[in-house]
Design a protein around this ligand. Sequence first.
Ligand code: ADP
Ligand code: ZN
Length: 727
Amino acid sequence: MYIDVLLELKNKQTDQAYTYHVPENLQKSIQIGKRVKVTFNHRDLEGFVLRITDTCDKELKILDIKSVVDEEIVLNEELLRVGNYIKETCLCSLSSAYAVMLPKALKASEKTNIGKKFQSTLVLNMEYDKAISLCSSEKQKEVIDFIQSKERISKKEGNALSSSSINTLLKKKIILEEQEEVYRLREKTIFEDKKKVLNEEQKNAYDEIVKSLDCFSKFLLYGVTGSGKTEIYMQVIEQVLKKKKTAIVLVPEISLTPQLVMHFKARFPDAVAVLHSHLSDGERYDEWRKIARGEVSIVVGARSAVFAPLQNLGIIIVDEEHSESFKQENNPRYNAIDVAEYRAELNGIPIVLGSATPTLERMAKSTKNLYRRLELKKRVNGQMLPICTCVDMAIEAKKGNFILSERLKIDIDAAISRNEQVILLLNRRGYSTTITCSNCGFTYKCPNCDITLTYHKTKNNLRCHYCGYTTFKKENCPECRAELNFYGLGTEKLEAFVKEEFPGVNVLRMDADTTAKKDSYEEILDKFRSGKYDILLGTQMISKGLDFPKVSVVGIINADATLNIPDFRSGERTFSLLCQAAGRAGRSNLIGNVILQTFQPDNYILKCVAEQNYEKFYQYEMNIRKKLKYSPFYYLVSLKVVSKDYEECSKEAGKVANYLKKNISSTSIVLGPTTANVFKVNNIYRFNIIVKYRFDHQLIPSLKELDKLFVMNSKVNLEIDMNPTKI
Ligand code: ADP
Ligand code: ZN
């Protein structure tokens, strides 16, 4: 028996499958998709078995494999195909595709000591009656009875019993000590979750999906915030489980709160596994095995949960479809929604994408019936969408209101006096974003990146939000000792300001700094939910999916922040972020009130947000995209040429652009090279090239050719991103 083994060789990004011979004694345990240990260049390496053959036509000397690593198959047939799909669509190596699909413990060639966890247990070593007859004391009989009632007990449980009796029984081999595999993730207490009666809109959407459960079909569930999409997902999944099939639910990492997970676990006891980035490697490995062994039938998770090895998949649901977190930003740059569609097609099942603000790409497809659009226009219980008002901050600034407008202050005051809650969104963490000298113009900048440092007052230091560089702030200008000026507003400063403005009011801050510790995110939300706090302020973390019934006022402190980022999607990103944030207000019987503070009150996107009018936004933005030849009218590829050496980087970027112009279709457009928005990060220079295309048969072969050239180049790297979310 011979096998082809895929080895991941560092510093060679190309795929290498090598043929090995399988000695007689290992043949029984060999299966495609398991890992084996082999010798390669005098080193021991692990690789995946991709092919099994009886003969080998190679002339070279074929080595024996050393051992078979896995008892169970790691990559089943479907996952093997998904890996190939990622390789083809993301232009990456097969081994990097498999590496991204698997938990750390199961990656080939990864040196880990993440293993299964075992606990000692006690079991009977014979029939119950015989065991009892061999007992020489009442205490021993108690032990036998206890074990019999539970089939097996952990050694810990045995501590409650007489230890001398247990020892005697063990010695006489009446009971045995066995190692039992256990899972690490502790189940928290389950709270109640009542199934709801669907309203008419929900019922229509539900019926449409359930009708299509046995065929590949794509749905766009376009429902305003608070329209009860989650309830539809859960009831559809109930039908899927009735068919003895399984389900994947993908949500953005940030919405994957223990609260959401608890809802699913309460509705489907013992059927849910969870995959997210806060799990330890061991916990992740355990959850993965539960899934692979068919012990659960629903997987709820963030991006990488799309690779969950569920058998007999019956539906894939993606909530908050517009979230950019479904796209992986480093190699392999896969989009979990594309992978989900591929798996849905392979399995002949529906995929449901839900959002209040769908991406233009998918909304456009739904107008061409490439997605079936299901609409939920009303909030459940017929609550109104919040009322939004734009406030011109240029006028406010003249009155001396730089941070909070008159209007927002009044509304906050009123809400608090009614014992309601307030959310304030500011998309910048830290205290001030720029510190400059009032005399010589000195500015604190990152030595490694092309960006100013942000001042964090709590730690009195300056930090780079790109590379993490940190330095302490001097009292005065380090160059000329004059006074320092602070510009730009961050969440820390907002917190200080709000506390000063509303003395006695309880304020919580949530941003990357206050949520760095495990569980701190949920702790903050619990505190806010308890009602002891009046104001929750923070970055976009607070805008997604949170459901607090007592929130009546949402203030967007700087609605312009995301608008001014030079990226063709910044309008769409702003619209979706602000609508989501606005959607946090008025989710129960209170009427929501949203204040948008802006220096551009006439901006069309902000007007659409104020009206909560997606259709208007969609028409406007589609027009711009068409004129400027952007997605969804054109497909995009982003190429980044990166290097520590500026000259080389610039030269190679020019070559890449020229190569593309010469080799791809003349109907495609090559833009650049230009320097990236943040030109230098961590001392690495970056040049961008953008390709826009509609149909281009020469494009993929040309990109692959370029990729090959750069694998050989040790000084300059090329990163290719197909259908990027950010350019
Ligand atoms: P969305 O995801 O569309 O923003 P949610 O699923 O969070 O909306 O639903 C908003 C709230 O309405 C939740 O608290 C949910 O439990 C509740 N809800 C959903 N459907 C119904 C229903 N048919 N009847 C009563 N309450 C519902
Ligand atoms: Zn930096």
